[in-house]
Design a protein around this ligand. Structure first.
Ligand code: AMP
Ligand code: MG
Length: 324
């Protein structure tokens, strides 16, 4: 079975192609990502970017896989959670392909897709997943055959927090990589540290950082301290989730998974607990079409349909609402 997957929940328009042969293989993973030099991203501008890039990315993926659209058995799209105008572009492209080429369509949960591709490309089997990205920050584990959210942000996502502070400091988007770089030269400043059970909050830290920036604190020190506080909060909550769920593996994914300091903290915690630690490689950790294609294959038996009227994107679709 060959599945073409479309990702468009946020800044990335991606098209991936996956097959279930040999236990699963990715045949293509093409994308175009919206970025800015200054300022953040406006959903409408991002949707415009996706609409204008859709054709090129689709053709690039087919070319990479050396396939024609006729070879594809089903089309999956990332149906949520995400930004409304961006989701719509993926939905429309998927439905167009299904109608024109008479293929079944599979709506895929974006957060589940991050986990499924992580399981495909690492040795992890049954992990506690820390999914850290621009729009989501969740600790997820499979319990009783359903993905459960064991912990999550009470306000904004960690990636969004990094991007917000970066925007305030005039560092452009995405902010995470720039903050990571500046942090290497920074010193410790005490900031709010907010963990409630296995949940956490980041907006207070950002407000405090912005205040201190105006007061003349060194940007390097603020970047370093931001990372130390926020990542320690995440690591603490993941450790608690591991004990609570009785799991022995941690899987780190999402765009923020690229951060070396976050990796280091989690790795140390896992070593102390005799848990195995896996990081999803960057190509598959950030938003991408391959994860949607692969999850489309996993979900196809239950959820594929040619009746597209009943299929639509859902801005707030939580992973614990998905039947697996
Ligand atoms: P995603 O939404 O999963 O594609 O991830 C995008 C988010 O990852 C953005 O908020 C980026 O700022 C963040 N990000 C990317 N690279 C890094 C990094 N090295 N350190 C921290 N955050 C990062
Ligand atoms: Mg994502």
């Amino acid at each position: 079975m060959i599945c073409l997957g479309i990702e468009s929940t946020a800044h990335t328009f991606g098209v991936g192609i996956a097959t279930d042969e040999n236990g699963g293989k990715i045949l293509a993973n093409e994308k175009s990502t919206y970025t800015t030099e200054h300022g953040g991203m406006k959903p409408r501008d991002v949707a415009e970017h996706h609409a204008s890039m859709a054709r090129d990315v689709l053709l690039a993926a087919l070319e990479k896989a050396q396939l024609s659209i006729k070879d594809v058995d089903l089309v999956a799209f990332s149906a949520g959670p995400g930004m409304g105008p961006c989701l719509k572009i993926g939905e429309i492209v998927a439905k167009y392909l299904c109608l024109k080429y008479d293929k079944p369509v599979v709506p895929v949960n974006h957060c589940q897709a991050h986990i499924e591709i992580g399981l495909l490309v690492t040795q992890a089997r049954d992990p506690v997943t820390l999914y850290v990205s621009g729009g989501n920050t969740q600790i997820i584990a499979k319990l009783n055959n359903r993905y459960r959210i064991l912990g999550e942000t009470l306000d904004i996502a960690i990636g969004n927090a990094l991007d917000k502070f970066a925007r305030a400091a005039g560092l452009g988007f995405p902010g995470g990589p720039v903050i990571e770089k500046l942090a290497r030269r920074g010193r410790f400043v005490s900031l709010p540290y907010v963990v409630k059970g296995m949940d956490f909050s980041f907006s207070g830290i950002v407000t405090e950082l912005e205040r201190r920036l105006k007061q003349g604190y060194k940007l390097e020190d603020l970047c370093y301290s931001f990372q130390e506080h926020a990542f320690a909060m995440l690591t603490e909550a993941v450790e608690r989730a591991l004990a609570h769920a009785g799991k022995e593996e941690v899987l780190l994914t999402g765009g923020v998974a690229a951060n070396k300091r976050l990796q280091e903290m989690l790795r140390t915690m896992c070593e102390d607990r005799n848990a195995r630690f896996y990081v999803v490689p960057r190509e598959y950790a950030g938003d991408n079409g391959a994860m949607i294609a692969w999850t489309g294959i996993i979900m196809a038996r239950k959820h594929a349909t040619k009746n597209i009227e009943n299929v639509r994107s859902i801005q707030r679709w939580r992973i614990d609402e998905v039947e697996i």
